[in-house]
Design a protein around this ligand. Structure first.
Ligand code: SF4
Length: 315
């Protein structure tokens, strides 16, 4: 039986106009589901479009093409009130977003303030209980709640960010690179905390990252993006097999992100030209290319059950 989707992207495309005739293609024809209570990892280099997916969901922005279905409802058909409600249900944690926190506020003040924004009708006692529960989940004790933000180490501030994201009692949290910003010990702790919260609260996650290694073991499903399209859709176990997209292979190889950046051209294209472009978008980086790759763009195809790859090697 199919698992229930919380979010479904159908032929989702998003373009941004930067001049009257020039559009940046951010993503095109994306199709995937994020299952309730599970983690979807979206991986790609900067400019691949992965962040656009997360931020479109968080802000309930309309897609340029296609649809986004949230809990069975197209976001384009939502009323104003439903969209406001969606913003409560979908929260985001950014890399270093704690830098925006007011440094002289205490932990309790900052969290109570956020709870009050989302639940102004709740009495002071209920808000206090909610705050204590959040801090307990994140490993803070009673004696720490009056610490000021500037007194906290980065790992504690990152936990405050998570608490703030949880203050609206969300269903879906978009984690936009929070893991890659931390040292490896804290990465493990952060993953442990996020997974425990998922179990406890039934949360659904969209992990967005440049670093496949950082999220592959904690994601139930993984989407690999290149130049605004999905080139592979799989779960972690398939990444150990023989059928893997050449770009995924590259990400899995132990290469530094610096090496990736220097090998990849920025993705800035006139949409009209992009839509007419022939061939595989990865061809200039691919050491497995064949003549067909120059003329025909490969479709995302199921190469084995629940494993999809867009590459002529597996057609
Ligand atoms: S379709 Fe061809 S160029 Fe594209 S990734 Fe596959 S082998 Fe490489």
């Amino acid at each position: 039986m199919d698992e229930e989707a919380l979010v479904e992207l159908k032929n989702f495309g998003k373009y941004f106009t930067i001049h009257k005739d020039i559009k940046i293609t951010s993503v095109e024809k994306l199709n995937f589901k994020i299952v309730k209570g599970k983690t979807f990892g979206l991986v790609g280099k900067s400019g691949s479009g992965k962040t656009t997916c997360g931020r479109t969901l968080v802000n309930a922005f309309p897609p340029t093409e296609g649809t986004i279905i949230y809990d069975g409802k197209d976001i384009l058909d939502m009323t104003y009130r439903e969209k406001i409600n969606l913003r409560k249900k979908v929260q985001i944690i950014f890399q270093n977003s704690y830098a925006a926190l007011e440094p002289h506020m205490t932990i309790s003040e900052i969290i109570k303030k956020r709870i009050d924004i989302f639940f102004p009708a709740r009495c002071i006692e209920a808000q206090q209980r909610q705050m204590e529960k959040l801090l307990y989940f994140l490993g803070f004790n009673q004696s720490q709640i009056n610490s000021q933000i500037y007194q906290l180490a980065d790992d504690k501030r990152q936990k405050i960010d998570i608490a703030l994201a949880l203050a609206s009692e969300p269903e879906l949290i978009v984690c936009d690179e929070p893991i890659s910003s931390s040292d490896s010990n804290f990465q493990d702790e952060l993953i442990y905390i996020l997974k425990s919260l998922q179990e406890e609260l039934g949360l659904t996650y969209l992990f967005v990252s440049k670093n496949l290694s950082a999220i592959k073991d904690s994601s139930d499903q993984i989407g690999i993006m290149w130049s605004g399209i999905l080139v592979e859709l799989t779960n972690g176990s398939f990444l150990k097999g023989n059928k893997v997209h050449p770009y995924t292979k590259y990400l899995l190889a132990n290469r530094t992100q610096q090496a990736v950046r220097t090998k990849v051209k920025p993705f800035l294209e006139n949409h009209t030209v992009a839509s007419k472009k022939l061939g595989c978008p990865f061809i200039e980086r691919c050491s497995f290319s064949m003549p067909i790759c120059q003329y025909i763009q490969p479709e995302l195809t199921e190469v084995e059950p629940h494993h999809f790859i867009a590459c002529h090697l597996y057609a």
